[in-house]
Design a protein around this ligand. Sequence first.
Ligand SMILES: Nc1nc2c(ncn2[C@@H]2O[C@H](COP(=O)(O)OP(=O)(O)OP(=O)(O)O)[C@@H](O)[C@H]2O)c(=O)[nH]1
Length: 602
Amino acid sequence: MTDQSHIRNFCIIAHIDHGKSTLADRLLEFTGTVSKRDMQAQTLDQMDLEREKGITIKSQAVRMRYQALNGEEYELNLIDTPGHVDFTYEVSRSLAACEGALLVIDSTQGVEAQTLANLYLALEADLTIIPVINKIDLPSAEPERVKQEVEDVIGLPKEECILASAKEGIGTQEILEAIVSRVPAPIGKEESPLRALVFDSHYDAYKGVIAYVRVIDGKLFEGERLSMMAAGSSADILEVGCFHPKMVSTKTLTTGEVGYIATGFKNVKDCQVGDTVTVPGALATVEPLPGYQPAKPMVFAGLYPVDSNDYPELREALDRLKLNDAALYYEPETSNALGFGFRCGFLGLLHMEIIQERLEREYNLDILATAPSVEYHVTKVGGEIIEVSNPSDMPNFGEIEQIEEPHMDISIFTPSRYIGTIMELVTAKRGIYKELKYIEAERVLMTYEIPLAELIIDFYDQLKSRTQGYASLDYSFGSYRASDLVKMDILVNAIPVDALSLILHRESAYYQGRALVEKLRSLIPRQLFDVPIQAAIGSRVIARETVKAMRKDVLAKCYGGDISRKRKLLEKQKEGKKRMKMVGSVEIPQEAFMAVLSLGKE
Ligand SMILES: Nc1nc2c(ncn2[C@@H]2O[C@H](COP(=O)(O)OP(=O)(O)OP(=O)(O)O)[C@@H](O)[C@H]2O)c(=O)[nH]1
């Protein structure tokens, strides 16, 4: 139990790859929270997938004890946050549990798009910012330039910057001292009834929903009864503790502290992120804490089991993933082509990719995914407004009054020499220019509004390749705007394949239809008969290609009667077939459903 004056709650925010997780490792090591021997690189990234991709997905909260140079011991709670824009919502949750933030900036790069995006979130949450200029061990480091940038762009005095190398452990102690001296201690009301903020949660098969909480006022104890203010649910607290970094029971959490509550709830709905925990006796008198905006899925796709017998398993796997991931949305859907599956909603493409990979790795499912789509607001003739997240659900042209699509506000940081090529790209993607601002002699910040549907189709890849990787991108939802859109159907062997339908801008529909049909021709394997592939808008076919028939006799290659070799070959072929779906009498591979994503690429 630590007195509030000796507690510091902080997080680390940074642009992706600027060294947040590495710095967290150094802090854990320096404070002896994790011994060097046990130190596995990036302790906070617990999921395998995170380690492999080198990204942080779920926030984590770790308690450290630090003996400061003033002789006093402090309890430092570090709340780790994800760096990728898809997970911005997790960042804001974590920020609400802190009083300070380390803003890590790579000294070889400088301020990037997400440095600023995260900074703004931190400022909104009223946090004290400590700028840390990282990677000064690298020969290409320019700490002085970046310090100046911190002053000019971020508006913090450059004297406040701490120079560090998370890799080599330079600056670690100085950072810890700055946390103690600059970040304010929590100022909760110790004698008031309990109020704790749920900033994250995960599901444990034995202990139910584990809520990650920041105690704002009062205290909480193991065995006590708790009430959730928004959900209206209550439960007996099974266990209370902190992350060290593994969960360690502490029996109690006091004002200002960060830790976890094992609630025993079997359903995340009973204990949602953003809710306020209190005790039943105080329900009538205490004010709930400001909650969070629930995360809203932005990108939608159909997920189908390759083997239709796996449908129940897929449902169960999604149910389970949802327990830990409030942002994942899904509902059953049927496709003429693909059978029974789910329409899923994701925060962005990375989120989609992660869910798909987890379904395959952790649940051993073979999944076929349709191309990602956004959610359209369609006003029908007569005034009814419907939401359409699956292109095949788009009403017929004659029934539509207007289609609105989500537009994102994007900001691009780039060396000024790339302004031209970026403008070209954004214009081709139907972007609407907002502002161009010089932040240094040779670096600019460009802001646009751009349809999300264009953003998710290889925009980022193109931006990176046009700027040799120098430009960085951040985006957030802007507004719904009317656009001139059409639905394009794809017919394979004269059968419309609903899962291949897509929504396009009218002006580019013809060109894209042609390109898509051509691409599909190269992706759909030859059959024993000619397979026509057509793109149609309404009843008008705008493009057509044919996959020529071929007699595919692989066994002919196996001269002699070597049966085992023959079997091997057959098995190999079976493997290769895994990600295929029979549509009518034609097999369509997974790549075909994603073809639209790679249209822009050579
Ligand atoms: N040379 C050098 N490399 C560093 C330093 N700090 C981090 N790195 C490297 O930079 C890369 C990114 O570091 P991470 O700690 O994973 O970055 P992050 O900001 O946590 O990234 P996300 O979790 O994906 O947001 C890794 O390859 C690190 O080894 C440093 O001080 N010096």
